[in-house]
Design a protein around this ligand. Structure first.
Ligand code: SF4
Length: 696
């Protein structure tokens, strides 16, 4: 433990990194944070933590923090430090004149999955009221938007079904496109515990993940499928269940829509979904697919956990629906030990979606075209709301390049670095007349900004985060914000400068407004959170103490039934070719977080490894590559350079890298391909050429 002195008092708050949402005691000496100690009373972590939550908090006091608002007339000019009032007046003036000249739809904003529920709620409210349109989107667009779509279509609610602790009742765990021990370490450890006790493990992933090395009593099976073939694989698993009579007929009869089931059953019985055919698509032996399906379907409780290896594909939404189909047909929904569980990468991905960040949904997943829902919001917000969905992030970029979209407000998201096809994003940002960036550091996006508003870290604010199990956890302020304002206060000030009055004294009042307007949050309040420690939504009259397990008796669909969806496999256009013969996929390491803006400014820096390109010995040998050689990696979108790491974890023909360092620029080579339903980028499969180069 790194200590800066003896603590005098402590404040319980929530980790700002991954979607596990661990509780910590922030131990303080005066205003100085001495250490973060995992909180035994934390409902998500029960006193456990990982190296990110425990040690990576130094970024909050790093010298690079932006400490005052700044403005400039154009992006080739130097920044001028100004007062909050001057910055707000400058931003409001620009936004107003742009709307006057180019129309109401010419501006928009992006919320952050790193900010609190209350802050996210205010940003979308600002856009829908002061801006007067639905041009709001969230960084969840590039990670879990297919989860929102796919689970809504099938299970009726855009959220995972279980608590983390539920895994301790699972007899089989199917992990698809996720690496929990690196990306969700505290939950990964819990899963390991259950595997050691005897649960079976099935991993569907192009790369061998550490979980497969866990010594355990139950079966362990790796399905090393080719990137881009998830849907073929999930259909094949379902095909085995149906053709071998392994379905849960009682569950299907009682809990599922009969006609949707019959349609789906006819679809899935087709011979094109047989494992022997799918082997040719996925590269996974048919016998292994059959064994996996039998193992999953025959145990009393089987659970599915998935990550961005499912969602960040051109068929991300289809795959999420395929996962729900498999859970429904085997009756693995509605009790402990089972379920469909998206592992959320960022601390508040679930919350940012819940809070109405998407351009088609008001808070609580209420569609903007629903006149009753809209009426409720209009009565409280005092405006007439737009009934047409607004622009998604990729549409904003395209419209900016076309000259129709002229101003953007971005809170807590480095879109220039984290969105795909960097060249395209930069062209869009350069086209804007006004870019307002609210962040804690001068990030890559801020290089294109006209207004820079200092953001606050999780240590400097009050609010709530919602983790991957729908658990609303309190975030408590332990030190004053470096620039004097918490993020929700900044948004409120911008709204007031634009002429739409917002008055809140504390985020608890914002939560009260959310509870008034979003039915799933009707029973949530700060008082109840103090009393219970945390609450899992839905929390309302029907579930006053929250809902650890969803869909126990019915689904929130029109007839209360689970909906099977047809999941046709459509191959991605990113295929290995003579010019680009390898398929690149991406992931994370334990000690770093996303693009590293925070973790690289903390003690975790000592564990920092540069991003490298992992490749199979066969592919290395074919190219005369040795460990540590520099490699040029080109795709049809761009080119980058990384060192080689030769690894048996890879399968021949597939290469892998992480994206924690800005210099490596993994997103320079990812393409504009995206999910058909949600536009979530296809980060997880890029056809590339790899060649040895003499130096970077
Ligand atoms: Fe934070 Fe996630 Fe680590 Fe928990 S597991 S300490 S939430 S990064």
């Amino acid at each position: 433990i790194i200590t800066l002195g003896q603590p005098e008092h402590s404040v319980v708050t929530t980790c700002a990194y991954c979607g596990v949402g661990c509780s910590f005691r922030a131990e303080m000496k005066g205003d100085q944070l001495v250490r973060m100690v995992p909180h035994k009373g934390g409902d998500a972590n029960h006193g456990h933590s990982c190296v990110k939550g425990r040690f990576a908090f130094g970024y909050a006091t790093h010298k690079d923090r932006i400490k005052a608002p700044m403005i400039r007339d154009s992006i080739d000019q130097p920044w001028r430090e100004v007062s909050w009032e001057a910055a707000m007046a400058f931003a409001a003036d620009r936004l107003t004149s742009i709307q006057k000249e180019y129309g109401r739809e010419s501006i928009g904003g992006i919320t952050s999955s790193r900010c609190t529920n209350e802050e996210t709620y205010l940003v979308q409210k600002l856009i829908r009221t002061a801006f007067g349109n639905n041009n709001t989107d969230t960084c969840a667009r590039v990670c879990h938007s297919p989860t929102g779509y796919g689970l809504k279509q099938t299970l009726g609610e855009s959220a995972g079904t279980q608590t983390f602790d539920s895994v301790m009742k699972s007899d089989c765990v199917l992990v698809i496109g996720a690496n929990p021990t690196d990306a969700h370490p505290v939950f990964g450890s819990l899963m390991r515990r259950r595997l050691r006790e005897g649960a079976s493990l099935i991993v569907a992933d192009p790369r061998q993940i550490d979980l497969l090395k866990t010594p355990h009593l139950g079966a362990s099976l790796h399905l090393p499928l080719r990137p881009g073939t998830n849907v073929a694989m999930i259909n094949a698993l379902a095909h085995v269940v149906i053709t071998e009579g392994l379905e849960d007929t009682d569950f299907i009869a009682q809990r599922c829509d009969a006609s949707a089931y019959l349609r789906w059953r006819d679809f899935i019985k087709q011979s094109c979904h047989a494992p022997e055919v799918v082997e040719g698509i996925t590269g996974v032996p048919a016998a292994d697919i059959r064994e996996a399906a039998r193992t999953f379907a025959k145990v009393p409780n089987a659970a599915i956990y998935y990550g961005l290896g499912v969602t960040e594909h051109s068929q991300g939404s289809t795959m999420v629906m395929g996962i729900a189909n498999l859970a429904l047909v085997t009756g693995n929904i509605g009790r402990e030990g089972v379920g469909v569980n998206p592992l959320r990468g960022q601390n508040n991905v679930q919350g940012s979606c819940d809070m109405g960040s998407f351009p088609h949904e008001l808070p609580g997943y209420q569609h903007v075209s629903d006149p009753i829902a809209r009426g409720r919001f209009e009565a409280v917000w005092g405006v007439t709301l737009d009934d047409e969905p607004g622009l998604r992030i990729p549409n904003m970029f395209d419209a900016a390049i076309a000259g129709q979209f002229r101003a953007l407000y971005v809170q807590g998201e480095d879109i220039a670095q984290s969105d795909p096809n960097t060249q395209h994003v930069e062209e869009a940002l350069r086209s804007l007349d006004c870019l307002i960036v609210q962040d804690i550091f001068l990030n890559e996006t801020a290089k294109f900004a006209h207004v820079l508003l200092p953001g606050s870290t999780f240590l400097e604010k009050n609010g709530t985060f919602t983790n991957a199990e729908r658990r609303i956890n309190r975030v408590r302020k332990v030190m004053p914000p470096v620039a004097g304002k918490e993020d929700w206060q900044v948004t409120m000030a911008l709204s007031n400068a634009l002429g739409y009055a917002m008055h809140y004294d504390h985020p608890s009042q914002i939560m009260d407004e959310i509870a008034q307007l979003a039915p799933s949050f009707a029973g949530v309040s700060y008082d109840k959170l103090e009393l219970q420690g945390s609450l899992q939504w839905p929390c309302n009259d029907e579930f006053p103490d929250g809902s650890p397990i969803m869909h126990e008796t019915h689904f929130p669909t029109p007839h209360g039934k689970g909906q099977f969806a047809i999941t046709e496999f459509v191959p991605t256009t990113e295929r290995a070719t003579r010019r680009f013969p390898l398929l690149l996929t991406t992931g994370r390491i334990l000690s770093q977080y996303n693009v590293g803006a925070q973790t690289r400014r903390t003690d975790n820096q000592r564990w920092h490894q540069e991003d490298v390109l992992e490749l199979h010995p066969h592919d290395a040998e074919e190219r005369g590559v040795k460990e540590g050689d520099w490699l040029g990696i080109s795709s049809r979108a761009g080119r980058t350079v990384l060192r080689a790491l030769i690894s048996e974890r890879m399968q021949p023909g597939v290469v892998y890298t992480t994206f924690h360092h800005p210099g490596s620029g993994a997103n320079v080579i990812t393409t504009n391909n995206s999910d058909w339903a949600t536009n979530c980028p296809e980060y997880k499969v890029t056809a590339v050429q790899v060649e040895k180069v003499s130096q970077p």
